[in-house]
Design a protein around this ligand. Structure first.
Ligand code: MN
Length: 401
């Protein structure tokens, strides 16, 4: 039975007070940073299929790729732009050829980036701060002259001298950038530091909106993205299942559900397709989703231990967040049978398949389930039915489950 989730009071009811976040948009980079996952490559068809689902779900921006990279990439970005109703973005270095390729692909937004940290300027870009700033300004001007929305990223912002960072943000905003993105390229930010930096950038970028791009090297990508929103950013860059360079990016599913369930912000995204989206990316990226992955992992709404399962059978809010249900993300709740199973789960599962056990029979079947599970064996429904027959439980009807 489907019921409207009851509003759970937590933190003394702060959910019912004003949210810390007013406005939140989602910029998906699964097809760009996500594809830069070591050993991952999406085909043209993969990219079209992923973009179509992201678009259908109401994702605000889809970064479709890096058009200058190859003819195939150019074609994918061009065709995704033509087929999507949402904003499609193409990436470009501060290089004429890159910007022209993105413009030729017809994207709605060009995302221009340049290294700004001293380490990357010296040992990756081989340019001075002045050169980087000048090329950034010229690139933004070129995109705006073409009449296209422009996002500027000072790459490695969180390891960039703050004075220089605010200078280049001011200069590119003045050149017409619509968006300033703050990338935590190597995942070194903490939520408090991210919030302080974003607040300063919001002040320095008057006239432009601010976006954040976070990485998960320390498991803080989602927290840092939310800290960015709390400090005034309007948008966060995420990837499905958190795939991306090294440990990956902030996960689409985590950020979207935290915004909706914890901050009570309406993003307009159809969250009921999140599980389908996650499975699609898992298959096409070849990056397996761990069972304990938030929101989309196989265990995200599974319960085995006796106390938890019994509570959940009575009211799922007892041992789930309450503000996030499997229905909200298109998943199913599962009572897993194993070493930690209690009698409530066993009785529930037996009834589901048409058995009518006495209390004594439930106790005996439960003992067999626990012994079997303790040997690290998976207790399937077939196994459960076998135990029930061995114990001699009455079966009124054979229900195909
Ligand atoms: Mn990145």
């Amino acid at each position: 039975m489907r019921r409207t989730p009851r509003r759970i009071e937590f933190f003394q009811g702060t959910l019912d007070s004003t949210s810390e976040i007013a406005d939140a948009r989602i910029f998906d980079t699964t097809l760009r940073d996500g594809e830069q996952t070591p050993r991952t490559s999406f085909s043209y068809e993969d990219k079209r299929e992923i973009a179509a689902l992201l678009d259908e779900m109401g994702t605000h921006v889809i970064e479709a790729g890096f058009p200058v990279n190859s003819d195939a990439e150019f074609e994918a970005v061009r065709d995704i732009t033509a087929a999507s109703s949402t904003t499609v973005c193409g990436l470009a270095r501060v290089v004429e050829q890159d910007i022209e390729a993105a413009l030729d692909a017809g994207v709605d937004m060009v995302h221009v980036f340049v290294s700004t940290s001293d380490v990357q300027l010296a040992d990756s870009m081989h340019a001075t701060r002045e050169e980087a700033q000048q090329r950034a300004v010229e690139s933004v001007e070129r995109v705006k002259e073409a009449g296209v929305e422009c996002m500027f990223s000072p790459m490695d912002a969180t390891r960039t001298d703050e004075g220089f960072l605010l200078d280049i943000v001011g200069a590119t905003t003045e050149a017409g950038a619509d968006w300033i993105n703050i990338p935590d390229t190597t995942g070194v930010a903490t939520p408090t530091r991210m919030a302080k930096l974003v607040a300063k950038v919001v002040d320095a970028a008057e006239g432009a909106r601010v976006d954040v791009h976070t990485h998960d090297d320390f498991g803080l990508a989602g927290a840092n993205a939310l800290a960015g929103f709390e400090a005034g950013a309007s948008q966060a860059q995420v990837s499905v299942n958190g795939i991306g360079e090294r440990a990956g990016n902030a996960a689409y599913e985590e950020v979207v559900m935290a915004l909706r369930s914890l901050y009570d912000v309406e993003t307009g995204i159809d969250t009921t397709k999140i599980t389908e989206l996650s499975r699609m990316i898992e298959e096409k990226s070849d990056v397996p989703v761990p069972g304990n992955k938030p929101v989309v992992g196989a265990n995200a709404f599974s319960h085995e231990s006796g106390i938890h399962a019994a509570g959940v059978i009575e009211n799922s809010d007892t041992f789930e967040p309450g503000v996030m249900t499997p229905e909200m993300v298109g998943a199913k709740r599962e009572l897993v049978l194993g070493k930690h199973t209690g009698q409530h789960s066993v009785r529930e599962r037996l009834k589901e398949v048409g058995f009518e056990p006495t209390d004594e029979e439930v106790r005996e079947v439960t003992r067999r389930v626990k012994d079997f599970g303790a040997e690290k064996q998976r207790v399937t429904m077939e196994e459960l039915k076998k135990f029930a027959r061995e114990v001699g439980v009455d079966q009124v009807e054979e229900v195909r489950a």
